[in-house]
Design a protein around this ligand. Structure first.
Ligand code: EPU
Length: 303
């Protein structure tokens, strides 16, 4: 171990916990405890990667050379004023959802069952059939890569399907905290809603197996596709991959889930390369059969 600023410890050759449970390690990993320490990390390596919950992440087998920063110690959640919940980027989304339901605050219960940190979820505008997190974001506190702090109001953030714009271009902002605007409601009603959302997921997704959730974004059709949808509509990538006959397809330690075709499931000892090759094969088959270009939702870190 070494240090960058006097009080920030750097772990070397550190394991990176991801939901896939496979993949390479980080040459250097830091776990800042304050925003000031995070700024010191940015000054040490402006290209650093932020590790959230590892729920949507694949690390290539060769690992990562840039500094990796885990925000797990920046995880405060507070009710600031009526209906405004302030959450640091490393806070756990499922825990915050439960707390909001308990407190009778409506707006995030539709995101039940999504594993993520607050920063990761907002950065990629996580969501599903019951809403996207961007819908309830009021303000986002960020750091620029030179360490300058800024606060963005919701109107300044370009939320779209699985997209916040916060990582676009040269900016590639680092989220430090998010404020959510929620509405009062009956905790019993909210709890029931959360239960329904979780039940839907449990029925249709392989939640007990190791995966990063949906591997591909749902594509928008460039032309009518009989049996799937009309031009301009966004359709389920899982349905399309299923139609292309990919369920059960296997490369090494990775296979396409039989339950939901947009889930790639890994087994112990599998390689990140297996997942990458399987994703390439799925992309090729769907393109060859239906002319649709699938875009990965899973983020891949490479050296
Ligand atoms: N379907 C199939 N075969 C499959 C999978 C789905 O025929 O293998 C059909 C289903 O029967 C259903 C339709 O496709 O008629 C849509 O399926 P689903 O409700 O599972 O929704 P999805 O569009 O495939 C999206 C999100 C999920 C989210 C679910 C439910 C994306 C890429 N996926 O999936 O998000 O959990 O809705 O809200 O937007 C994730 O982003 O990691 C993720 C899992």
């Amino acid at each position: 171990m070494t240090t960058i600023a006097p009080d920030i410890v750097i772990e070397h050759d550190a394991e990176l916990p991801t939901w896939f449970g496979i993949g390479g390690r980080a040459d250097r990993l830091a776990r800042p405890e304050t925003p000031e320490q995070l700024i010191a990390c940015l000054q040490a390596d402006p290209k650093l990667h932020i590790l959230g919950d590892g729920a949507n992440l694949l690390v290539d087998d060769d690992g990562v050379g840039d500094l990796v920063v885990s925000l797990q110690r920046l995880n405060k959640v507070e009710l600031r004023s009526p209906g405004i919940v302030y959450a640091e980027a490393g806070a756990n989304l499922p825990k915050m959802i439960l707390e909001c339901v308990r407190q009778g605050l409506r707006g995030v219960e539709g995101l039940g069952g999504i594993p993520a940190t607050i920063g990761g979820a907002v950065f990629m505008n996580a969501g599903g059939a019951f809403g996207q997190i961007g819908e309830v974001v009021e303000r986002v506190h960020v750091l620029e890569r030179d360490g300058t702090a800024r606060t963005l109001r919701r109107g300044e953030i370009k939320f779209a399907y699985r997209h916040s714009g916060l990582g676009d271009g040269r900016d590639n902002l680092v989220i430090t905290a998010v404020e959510f605007a929620l509405k009062p409601d009956d905790p019993i009603v909210l709890r029931q809603r959360l239960k329904e959302v979780m039940a839907y997921k449990k029925d249709s997704q392989p939640m007990a197996e190791r995966s990063a959730g949906c591997a591909f974004k749902n594509p928008t059709l460039a032309a009518d596709l009989p049996g799937a949808g009309v031009k301009g509509s966004r359709i389920s990538a899982g349905r399309l991959i299923d139609m292309a006959g990919c369920k059960g397809l296997r490369i090494g330690g990775a296979h396409v889930s039989e339950r939901h075709a947009n889930f790639i499931v890994t087994v112990q000892g599998g390689r990140a390369r297996d997942v990458i090759e399987l994703m390439d094969e799925i992309t090729r088959r769907v393109h060859d059969q239906y002319g649709v270009n699938l875009e990965p939702e899973v983020v891949v870190w490479r050296r």
